[in-house]
Structures are given as structure tokens and as C-alpha cells.
Design a protein around this ligand. Structure first.
Ligand code: PTT
Ligand code: SF4
Length: 610
């Protein structure tokens, strides 16, 4: 089989055994890679009764058929597990040399199961996996761990690790690599911690073989060149995702003070142009010529990375208008291994709770000392941090009253950086994302602001579903960064061409979308199986704040979401997907995608509509 290595490494920590198994072309062509593989593996191998922190949960690393080949922006790895934050399917996409080295070591995917008795790290080299004692690494932050592992094995190895947040089972702990690449928002780093794994090191010397090597090499080189010719390239290298701060402020969608507002008075101080003034270099994922991580000197004179989400959530959302200080919070999150998006939500929620005197701690919007203290208290579960480590859904349930109205999450995963008081399409994107409220599957907000932000019509639903298929479906299965296409307009036609040259098989868009849809239905089935009879379409509803409390300033003052229209839009979305009015895939939809056995299993948990 060209394109794939055809191998999955299964590491059982309890038994200290590592076994390689092979997969056939039907697995490869039905699920492609990345999220497609992860969804299939987690559906097949988990049961609803498996607690996310029990040894029975599985941690999956998965690559795509182009990973490691030297194709633009192909140094990414999907990390997935049952999420401790949401209780449903969880994944993330991390830019790391570990993706490249894992493929060169001979594997398309790795499944980690069981639990080590004492902390370990795993070293995988050319199909040999070794368990190593990690007692000297436990407790270190993610930057220090990587440094030590690179001293031990050399600078070219790929590593993924967790920081103290993962060790302490903070429900939104991330997996970190390369001092600032971080993935697995729904607590995938905590799953790694629950298994007592501090890090995994990959190194490999196997060359990947393409079906048509000459054609493949020429196409890869040409697509890299095309990126350099794009008109937005120079500006992208200057600001990366940071220019979105100005865009969000202009369009009143910049999350501000726990998503009460969509604009922040101090936005110019934390935007892309302010960032340029303190920027010192670019950093990025392997095999990328767009390197978009903005490295700046933070308020404590250390290097830190700034991207849009981090600044929106640890800046405007918590009332902090000093970019150097935002950068410090961001660096701490990377070192400790916390997701910046959930962190900014949780802190925003706590600040509001303090203001409303629902908690006794006196903490203040924008007061750096308070905010800095909270970040490390959360990672180490100290004081108020013990409660906040559980995520906003849990904290709101504990505090009671109407606090769940302003706990900004969907299905337990905190909202990423776009306010939706006047953006129903983006609210639907958060509502129906396969992992909880994340923008990765459909950044529909740009389109809806241009084409009628207040409409709830069918065109918007269709546009959203189309974006989810491409971004969450195709790019997540290929495990390629979507930025060359989205930000610079790299022609989409390259992808089927590169796939053909790598695998020797034509995979036209219709086939890629079929795989994307199969993955989407499988992930939905996973959620329904987990929640069984407790599942209702309310789980797809965005937070009540956007329906109940209008914006109080600017030209959109008074705007909020309309519950009735939103519910109709959600039902229209279900029908487009082939799901019933509860949001559950019908039997015929599942059968259409070769998921008849999934329908059979799922029917034991909820009665499926025909
Ligand atoms: C992603 C989420 C994002 S999305 C951001 S900024 W963004 C935050 N980054 C964090 C960080 O950094 N440190 C930290 N401790 N926590 C963080 N949490 C947040 O995590 C990321 C880039 C970005 S920057 C985006 S949009 C794109 N995301 C892609 C994706 O999801 N899929 C894909 N095929 N290509 C993508 N390309 C872009 O990658 P999660 P990264 Mg990340 C400091 O992981 O779980 O998916 O959450 O992966 O390697 O850092 O690249 O404005
Ligand atoms: Fe990574 Fe940015 Fe390059 Fe994408 S564009 S691969 S996120 S450095």
C-alpha cells in the first residue's frame, strides 16, 4: 500500500507491551487518517462505561497519508481520546515533528491503553518501542521536558509531552510540543497524565514511498512555490493569525469580559500591529513555509508565542489590555500544558462570579497579578484553582443560581474566540462541532458577516455544513494544516493530485467528502452512545447568555440571538445531515455510509429512526 505505512502501534502500559498490527486498504480508504482513524478506533474500542481517566480509555495519535512526505504544512498530528471535559469524542491537531518522526518510525497511528504503575516516557524508534522511567521528568514543565529529551536523543527527534496540568488531571490540559505547539483542547493532555505518561519520543529512519515519486516531488515543490507567490504571504509572515484581533474588533465579535460584549476598548493595544512592535521571530510547525507562530518578548522578558485565540481569550475576554502580560499568561499556559481557550473562559467566568459575589475570592478584570496567580493555581489545583480545573460547566453546576447562563461552553468544551450575539451561523458552528465549542470545523463567521450576519436561512446552514466537511472532515483526516488554502488561497486541487501521486489511487473530492461524512456520523454516534437516553438536542445549543443578554454598546447594541429562529436553524441542519429531530443519525443515513453495524450497536442505546 503506497501512502500509508499500514501499521498501527498498540502500547499497553499496564502490561508494558507494545505490539504492531497492520491494517488493510479498506480501513485506509474508508477512514483516510487523522480524525478518520481516531474516530473509528475510539468507536470500536471504547464503551460508554469507560471513564475518561480509567485505564480503559485509549489515547490515539494519528497521521494522514501525506504526513511526513514534505508536502506543504503536513507536520501535524491528531491526538484523540474520550474527553474528561465533555464525556464525548475529543481531539486536537498539533503541529509537531513527532508526526513526521512517527511516520518515519513506521506508524500511521499509535494507540495507548492501560496505565503505567509509575510515571514513564515512551521512546519509539524504527518500530521498536521502549518504556522508560520518567520519575526525573515528572513535575517539569513541557519546555523543560522537551529540552531534556532532546539532550538525551538528539535535536531531530519528535516529542510530545504534558506539563503539570496534565499530571494534575486538569480537565482542559493539552499535549505540547516544540515550545508552543499545543493540541487536544478537550483534555487530551489530562488523559495522557491519567495514564502516567509524561512524554512520547519518536524517531525514524524509514523513507516514505510514494506511488509516483517523480510526479509527487514536482507537485510538492510546485505547491510550496505557489504559497510564496500569494499576495497575502508577506503580511501573513508578519502577523499570522493576530490580524484577526483587529478584524474581530471591527466586526464586534471580539470576546470581551466573559463574552458579555463583542468589542474591547483596549483592543488596539493587543492587536496584530501592537504585536509587530514586540515581535522577535517566527516559529511554526515542521514542513511549513508559512510559519505563523509570533514569538515576542513577554512582560517577564521571556520568549512567548502569540496567536489570535490566545490573545482574545487571555486578553479581551479577561479584561487584560497589555500584550506583554497576555504573552506571559500564554507562555505559562504552554509551559504548564493548559488550553488557552478554556483557560480564558474559566478565568472570565471566575472574574464574573467574583464580581457577583458568588465566590469569596476577590479577583479583578485585567489585574495581572490576580490572573497570573490563577493560571498556576489551576495547573496545580491550588485554592480556587482546584474548582476551576474542572471547566466552566462543572463550576457553574457547583455555584448554581443562573450561573450556567453565562458559563460559555457547548457540551462542556469552552467557546473559542468569537462572540455570537449577532452571529447565529457561528453559534450553530459551535453548537454542532464534533468536539464541543471549537471553531476548527467551520469558521463560518467571516462568510456570515459578509453575506448577512443576522439571517438564519438555509443558505447559511448549507455553507456551514460545507465548511465542516472540508475543514473538520477532509483536512482533519489528511491531518494537514488548512491555513495555506484558507489564509493564502492555495488551490484546493493540489490535494487530490498529491494524494494520487502518494497513494497511486484517485481520490476525487466526492470520495474525500464521503469519508468526511462517514467520520462525522461516526463521531455523532459516539456521542449518542455515551449519553444514551440523556441525549437531547439541547446539547447542541449555545450558551444562554447570547439569547438572553443583548450587547450593550456599539452599533450592534441590543442584538442577541433569537431562540426560536435558532431552533429552526438547528432542525434544518439536522435534516441536511440526515439526522432526526433529536440530532441522531437515522438508520438509513448510517447504512448509506457503510455504518450498518454502528446503527445496530447504537440502537441498543437509543431507538433509531428509520
Ligand atoms: C487549537 C487551539 C487554537 S486554534 C489555538 S490558537 W488558532 C490555541 N493555541 C494554543 C496554544 O498556542 N497554546 C496553548 N497552551 N493552548 C492553545 N489552545 C488553543 O488551541 C495551531 C494552528 C492554529 S492557531 C489554528 S487556528 C489552526 N488549527 C488547525 C486545526 O485545528 N486543524 C488543522 N488541520 N490545521 C490547523 N491549522 C492551524 O493550526 P487544537 P498548533 Mg493546536 C501557543 O490544537 O486542540 O486543535 O486546538 O495546534 O500546532 O498549535 O497550531 O488562532
Ligand atoms: Fe503550523 Fe502555522 Fe504553518 Fe499551519 S501555517 S503548519 S499552523 S506554522
Amino acid at each position: 500500500m503506497f501512502g500509508w505505512q499500514g501499521n498501527i502501534l498498540r502500547i499497553n502500559l499496564t502490561r508494558k507491551k507494545a505490539v504492531t498490527s497492520t491494517f488493510d486498504s479498506s480501513f485506509a480508504f474508508n477512514h483516510l487518517g487523522g480524525r478518520g482513524f481516531a474516530a473509528k478506533i475510539l468507536w470500536d474500542e471504547l464503551k460508554p462505561e469507560d471513564n475518561p481517566f480509567s485505564p480503559t480509555n485509549k489515547l490515539v495519535f494519528a497521521t494522514g497519508p501525506l504526513t511526513g512526505f514534505g508536502v506543504p504544512n503536513s507536520g501535524k498530528l491528531v491526538v484523540a481520546a474520550k474527553s474528561p471535559l465533555t464525556g464525548g469524542y475529543g481531539d486536537g491537531n498539533i503541529g509537531t515533528n513527532a508526526a513526521v518522526q512517527m511516520r518515519k518510525a513506521g506508524y500511521d497511528a499509535v494507540i495507548i491503553e492501560g496505565k503505567a504503575k509509575t510515571p514513564v516516557f515512551i521512546h519509539v524508534k524504527d518500530k521498536v518501542a521502549e518504556f522508560k522511567d520518567a520519575k526525573d521528568l515528572w513535575g517539569l514543565n513541557s519546555f523543560e521536558v522537551e529540552k531534556q529529551l532532546k539532550t538525551l536523543y538528539g535535536p531531530s527527534v519528535g516529542t510530545v509531552s504534558i506539563g503539570p496540568a496534565g499530571e494534575n488531571l486538569v480537565k482542559y490540559a493539552m499535549i505540547v510540543s516544540q515550545e508552543g505547539r499545543a493540541g487536544g483542547r478537550p483534555g487530551i493532555g489530562a488523559v495522557m497524565g491519567s495514564k502516567n505518561i509524561k512524554a512520547v519520543v519518536f524517531e525514524g529512519s524509514n523513507m516514505l514511498t510514494a506511488a509516483f515519486p517523480k510526479e509527487f516531488k514536482e507537485q510538492s515543490a510546485a505547491s510550496y512555490r505557489e504559497i510564496l507567490t500569494k499576495s497575502g504571504y508577506e503580511f501573513w509572515k508578519k502577523q499570522g493569525t493576530m490580524s484577526t484581533i483587529e478584524w474581530s474588533q471591527e466586526n464586534y465579535v471580539l470576546p470581551t469580559l466573559n463574552f458579555r460584549e463583542g468589542s474591547f476598548d483596549e483592543a488596539p493595544k493587543i492587536g496584530g500591529f501592537a504585536m509587530e512592535k514586540i515581535k522577535i521571530s517566527n516559529r511554526g510547525c515542521p514542513q511549513c513555509n508559512m510559519t505563523c507562530g509570533n514569538i515576542v518578548k513577554d512582560s517577564e522578558k521571556q520568549e512567548a508565542e502569540l496567536d489570535y485565540e490566545n490573545v482574545a481569550m487571555l486578553g479581551s475576554n479577561i479584561g487584560l489590555g497589555d500584550l506583554g502580560q497576555v504573552a506571559t499568561l500564554n507562555r505559562l499556559a504552554d509551559e504548564l500544558g493548559l488550553d488557552t481557550i478554556s483557560l480564558g473562559n474559566v478565568i472570565g467566568f471566575a472574574l464574573e462570579a467574583s464580581e457577583r459575589k458568588l465566590i469569596t475570592d476577590r479577583i479583578h478584570w485585567g489585574k495581572f497579578k490576580d490572573l497570573r496567580g490563577l493560571v498556576s493555581d489551576i495547573a496545580y489545583r491550588r485554592g480556587l484553582g482546584e474548582l476551576l480545573a474542572e471547566g466552566v460547566k462543572y463550576v457553574a453546576a457547583k455555584l448554581g443560581g443562573d450561573s450556567s447562563d453565562w458559563a460559555m461552553h457547548v457540551k462542556g468544551l469552552e467557546i473559542s474566540g468569537y462572540d455570537c450575539h449577532a452571529a447565529p451561523g457561528m453559534a450553530l458552528s459551535y453548537g454542532t462541532s464534533p468536539i464541543g465549542a471549537h471553531h476548527k470545523d467551520a469558521w463560518i463567521i467571516g462568510w456570515e458577516i459578509e453575506h448577512g450576519r443576522e439571517s438564519y436561512d438555509e443558505e447559511k446552514i448549507a455553507k456551514l455544513a460545507e465548511a465542516q466537511r472540508l475543514r473538520g472532515g477532509v483536512f482533519e483526516a489528511l491531518t494537514l494544516c488548512r491555513f495555506p488554502y484558507l489564509q493564502l488561497g492555495l488551490a484546493l486541487e493540489w490535494y487530490p493530485k498529491l494524494l494520487h501521486a502518494a497513494t497511486g489511487t484517485q481520490l476525487p473530492w466526492a470520495t474525500l467528502y464521503e469519508i468526511a461524512d462517514r467520520t462525522s456520523h461516526l463521531i455523532r454516534a459516539f456521542w449518542i452512545r455515551e449519553f444514551g437516553k440523556d441525549w437531547t438536542s439541547d446539547m447542541d445549543m449555545p450558551p444562554k447568555r447570547w439569547f438572553k443578554e443583548p450587547l450593550t454598546k456599539g452599533p450592534l447594541k441590543g442584538k442577541k440571538l433569537d431562540k426560536e429562529k435558532f431552533t429552526t436553524m438547528l432542525t434544518g441542519y439536522y435534516s441536511k445531515k440526515g439526522w432526526d429531530e433529536r440530532g441522531i443519525p437515522t438508520r438509513s443515513t448510517l447504512r448509506k455510509f457503510g455504518l450498518g453495524e454502528v446503527a445496530h450497536q447504537l440502537n441498543k442505546h437509543v431507538l433509531l429512526a428509520e
